[in-house]
Write a new protein. Structure first.
Lengths: 249, 280
């Protein structure tokens, strides 16, 4: 076996261990291979536990362990950083618990918060920077840490209660769907639930960053007068919260 | 070929989250700290901010776990560019990683897997080290890992492989004394032969750590104090190496800082005694 073949065999053994695979490394290798196998799986289990502490509390240790084992069997790590490994865990949870959209949304929230924690830094915009903006051409710049997801359940309330260690509400569908917004201000990751109009406005800006497009989207959802007024209000809120960090143009 | 990194003697600790506050708010009496490079190879946020603050107070060594220098697939260029950006900002004392592999065919084990000690692997490792040092624009240190499986077709001992690797590439060495002890116990070789077999003038840093007894094997867990046998081996290493940067490496069951400082004082004592014996 050359080096490449040996390393491929080793990978195969780590991902799908078997007695037959172990014999390829020699009769005396079994105990040592078991150490590597244990290290590999323990590392990935630990990574998921660290990435999803509130999901773990919400569903309990046994269910979380089962979900982690399922995830590890379906997804082997591919990039140099373990930080990426849990990215598809919400999908694994969705496939295992298709009737629990609250769980999938809770997992999305935890993942988005951890991504936001180490996203690129952004300087706040000086208050007087808006005075010379040409609003017809203006483009809004989101903070690099911004993450958005449709909100159908009260997963945000569940996450907040788990985080604060207070009474956790039952999972339920929202009367009025909207969106979850996660971003980082300073060094603190933040979560807020927004109504459907604000969520649509943020989504439209993600596709086209012009302020004029924001106004068009809001006029579509509201009417001419209320839409333009809401655009001004939302922009002020986003600037104040450091969701929008620059206005170019 | 790069020349080995400059010499630096002193005593340090691995910087871990549990001790961030100690390092930021007090004057911890260490000569340097070592951080896990990958934990800070992020776009922004608090980790990079903390590292910048610590760097203002202490020299910093960057210690990686994901370079996968022994991979037959070569190196991940994206990884190297991110490491270079971090190194350029931090201006570290050393940049190090392990003589191991973790990446093959789009898979990453995130574990330090053993390299077969063969001529083919040596050539591959040296090519990868040359490329890493070229892209980083600096020489690196490579650490001997703990291992649990030996390759049946190996044609040389670990220390022979390391000596030749250093000779061909000019890289420096990070001697992990605990790993020597663990691997010697697991594979039945003489730990002192290892210490005598590596080129002393290439060793720039020493790691001290604890291990755990597993089923018929010692496991490098970094969750225990340094044991007496490893302290004894460290004393031997210091008599062979002379003054060299030494640090305590704890990654799990992290105790209060005072406990690690006590271990570091013990290392200082041993290092100091060896220097006095040499002087006498």
């Amino acid at each position: 076996m050359n080096l490449a073949e040996w390393q491929r065999e080793f990978r195969t053994w780590l991902v799908t261990p078997s007695d037959e695979a172990a014999t390829r490394f020699g009769a005396g290798a079994t105990a040592g291979l078991a150490v590597y196998q244990n290290n590999y799986r323990a590392q990935l289990m630990s990574c998921l536990e660290v990435s999803y502490p509130q999901v773990r509390r919400w569903i309990g240790d046994d269910a979380f362990r089962e979900a982690s084992i399922t995830h590890i069997e379906r997804h082997s790590p591919q990039t140099w950083t373990l930080d990426h490994y849990g990215r598809d865990f919400p999908s694994t949870l969705l496939s295992m618990y298709p009737r629990n959209p609250d769980l999938q949304e809770l997992a999305w929230i935890e993942w988005a918060l951890s991504e936001a924690f180490v996203a690129g830094d952004a300087a706040s915009m000086p208050a007087d920077a808006l005075s010379h903006v040409d609003w017809d051409a203006a483009r809004l710049v989101f903070t690099p840490s911004l993450r958005m997801h449709a909100a159908r359940t009260n997963a945000g309330d569940i996450w907040s209660a788990l985080e604060a260690d207070t009474d956790v509400p039952e999972g339920s569908m929202l009367d009025a769907p909207g969106g979850y917004v996660v971003w980082r201000r300073g060094f603190t990751s933040r979560l807020k639930r927004v109504d459907a109009v604000e969520y649509a406005a943020l989504c439209s800006l993600r596709d086209d960053d012009r302020f004029a497009v924001l106004c068009d989207t809001l006029v579509e959802h509201l009417d001419e007068e209320d839409g333009v007024a809401r655009a001004g209000t939302l922009l002020a809120d986003w600037l104040g919260a450091a969701i929008v960090v620059a206005v170019d143009g | 070929m790069f020349t080995p990194p400059p010499t630096f003697s002193g005593y340090g600790l691995g910087l871990r989250k549990e001790h961030y506050r100690d390092f930021l708010e007090t004057d911890v009496p260490v000569d340097f700290v070592e951080v896990i490079s990958e934990n800070f190879m992020v776009d922004g946020g608090q980790p990079r901010h903390i590292l910048r603050q610590v760097r203002e107070k202490h020299p910093v060594a960057l210690h990686g776990v994901s370079m996968s220098i022994g991979s037959s697939d070569g190196l991940d260029i994206d990884y190297l560019r991110k490491l270079k950006a971090l190194a350029d900002e931090v201006q570290p004392l050393f940049v190090s990683d392990h003589l191991s592999w973790s990446r093959i065919a789009g898979f990453n084990s995130h574990d330090l897997l053993p390299v077969p000690y063969t001529d083919e692997a040596l050539a591959m490792v040296c090519r990868n080290i040359d490329m890493a040092q070229e892209i980083l624009g600096r020489s690196m240190l490579f650490e001997n890992p703990s291992s649990y499986v030996a390759f049946e077709g190996a044609t040389m001992m670990e220390w022979e492989f390391i000596a030749e690797m250093s000779r061909r590439t000019g890289c420096g060495l990070l001697l992990d004394v605990n790993n020597v002890f663990v691997s010697a116990s697991n594979h039945g070789f003489d730990a002192h032969a290892f210490l005598r077999g590596i080129p002393a003038d290439r060793v720039r840093q020493v790691h001290l750590a604890g291990h755990t007894e597993g089923a018929g094997m010692l496991i490098d867990t970094h969750d225990q104090p340094v044991c007496d046998d490893v302290w004894a081996l460290y004393a031997t290493a210091m008599s062979l190496l002379g003054p060299v940067a030494t640090m305590i490496e704890r990654d799990d069951s992290i105790p209060p800082l005072a406990e690690l400082m006590a271990e570091l004082d013990k290392a200082r004592g041993i290092g100091s005694r060896q220097q006095h014996q040499e002087a006498a």
